[in-house]
Write a protein that binds this ligand. Structure first.
Ligand SMILES: Nc1ncnc2c1ncn2[C@@H]1O[C@H](COP(=O)(O)OP(=O)(O)OP(=O)(O)O)[C@@H](O)[C@H]1O
Ligand SMILES: [Mg+2]
Length: 268
């Protein structure tokens, strides 16, 4: 009999290049039932990291993009009219608490203040979610984990987390990858070879140095991937750089011309 060994099918794990020890930290926080706060600039890999870890640990992932109109009831649930009856419908946070798995609140500082009231008992040692409207108090199962993220850079001062909220999370600070690693990631994500990605990353690093002076945010890894994808699809590098690395950064004509000048010194 031919006993050919076949590899078991691997679930699709989104590729993630680790900057430090964050994968092990995530896993330990998960094991110890600690909530996690990710902070860092836009497009540096926070969402990708959470997707990667959820898939690696085999956990369901429910992501909520917070905005300034998002209220606690959008997370917990509400009574809705269905065929003449009023029925309670769980929100994404309640579903995740009932079923276990990761609930990821992206840009959590954007949400309304009443969201903190819901998060507090869930993110200390009580690990409970009281549902005022139904009278239930849900105990989060060991399989539940709350992950939140925000970008401390461009939020206005009023929109930071209160200490009593921040101090309920284990926090990881994200930044852009070191040069060689970022080149490898952008190349793998876009299909453009590393030699052609290298000058784009060099330009991004120079543009990032302008953050705080003329720019509120530097070029993200996300924009680098866009730019490399355009070039891989046949667009001229200068045109791709303008559309994917300069125009999204600023609306100021003066700043734009200065950035284009900087770009033309690096990208020929
Ligand atoms: N470490 C990394 N490994 C693999 N890909 C990465 C990494 N960092 C960034 N990327 C690439 O950059 C893209 C943007 O990353 P992601 O969406 O995770 O950023 P983010 O930090 O969540 O940004 P935002 O704060 O705007 O939501 C990803 O889709 C991926 O292509
Ligand atoms: Mg994100």
């Amino acid at each position: 009999m031919n006993l050919m060994l076949t590899n078991p099918p691997m679930p699709d794990i989104p590729a993630y290049s680790q900057a430090g020890n964050e994968c092990a930290l995530f896993e330990t926080a998960w094991t110890r039932q600690l909530p996690l706060l990710l902070k860092g600039p836009t497009g540096c890999g926070k969402t990708r990291f959470v997707g990667h870890m959820a898939a690696k640990l085999g956990l369901p992932l429910s992501t909520v993009s917070c905005h300034d109109d998002l209220a606690a009831a959008d997370l917990t649930g509400r009574y809705l009219l269905k065929g003449g009856d009023t029925v309670w419908v769980d929100g994404p946070l309640t579903r995740a608490v009932r079923e276990g798995g990761i609930c990821y609140l992206d840009e959590v500082v954007e949400a309304r203040k009443d969201v903190a009231v819901v998060l507090h008992p869930l993110t200390d040692d009580r690990r409970i979610l009281p549902l005022e409207r139904t009278g239930e108090v849900l105990n989060a199962p060991p399989g539940f984990m709350l992950v939140v993220s925000y970008n401390p850079g461009y939020q206005n001062l009023l929109k930071t987390l209160k200490p009593s909220t921040r101090q309920r999370f284990v926090a990881i600070e994200f930044d852009f990858l070191p040069k060689d690693r970022e080149i490898a990631v952008v190349s793998a994500e876009s299909g453009l070879d590393e030699a052609r990605v290298a000058p784009l990353v060099e330009l991004a690093r120079r543009l990032r140095a302008l953050k705080g002076h003329d720019l509120e945010e530097g070029v993200s890894t996300r924009l680098l991937v866009y730019c490399a994808s355009l070039i891989d699809a046949g667009l001229a590098p200068k045109e791709a750089v303008r559309s994917a690395m300069i125009e999204p950064l600023t609306d100021e004509p003066d700043v734009r011309s200065a950035l284009l000048e900087l770009a033309s010194a690096v990208i020929r």
